[in-house]
Design a protein around this ligand. Sequence first.
Ligand code: UVW
Length: 324
Amino acid sequence: MCDCNKTHPSPHMSVLLDGLPTNWGRWGAEDEVGALNFLTPAEVMRGVASVRSGKIFTLQVQMGHPKGDPVWPGRHPAQRFNIMDKGHFLCGDGPEFPGGHEYADDVMFLYLQGSTQYDALGHVWYGDQIWNGYDARSTSGALKKASVLPLAERGVVGRGVLIDIARHRGKAVLEKGETFNHLDLEAVAKAQGIEILPHDILLVRTGWIGSFYDRDPAEFYNDFREPGLTFSRELVEWFHEREIANLVTDTIANEVTSDPETGVVVPLHCALMRNLGIAFTEIAALDALAEDCAADGQWTFLYTAAPLKVVGGSGAPVNPVVIK
Ligand code: UVW
């Protein structure tokens, strides 16, 4: 970065990422699941082998939480409405069935990225091409290529590793815009007594999403800058060499909102998801899992998840299950 005190325009994503590795074509011209291909039956069994006690953790945040749902600015939290309940029957508006049963029904309006969710590999792109080189025009109307559906049909099972950056830094939650990189991930792994291995499902805790429920929403969204991983060429190469299958974080966008060096917004969506095909799981609730890992010293486990099967979806809600 230049230190001449002048404001420079941010480079285009293609300039920033020029020459960095991609996995396009690695699993064939028709691939739509990217790095989930690393999760072979042998990798599933490696995850199973990390189960020790049978403790279970679910990683989805609540939808329709009384304090609100954290979402990327511009999206809206899920809205749920009853369309049938006891009130309808009390008013004589409920249907009558032989046997006399009554019931409650409801409907929800939600952004598919408005809860804990998997991004489709075609969710974000630059330069008119999405994952694997598909034409970005294939996203028009609905994602015809690299939608969330193939991820959902496949499911995600493997060894998960939790890297607790916040705890390592002695904080309940990282600051707005606070960054870390692959060297920090390695250092925290070492301090936790584990190694991040090829084909792992990498979970990274910042404390950010958990803090949402204790903060004034205006303060949370003001000058919106999430903490997170920050772009560097070395970091992208590290993810490529480690062959990370899935990145899961307790932030809305899995990376610091904009690269502090260049101002480019979410470059890792492009470098890791669009180019390397790494599945992104966002808005995960990691606090209870982290608390337990810190207590028993077991930071690796079986991770399982499958987003909803939304045809053409650019993402879909998910409730991942971790078994320790
Ligand atoms: C954006 O679309 C910017 O983020 P997300 O992947 O969190 O939906």
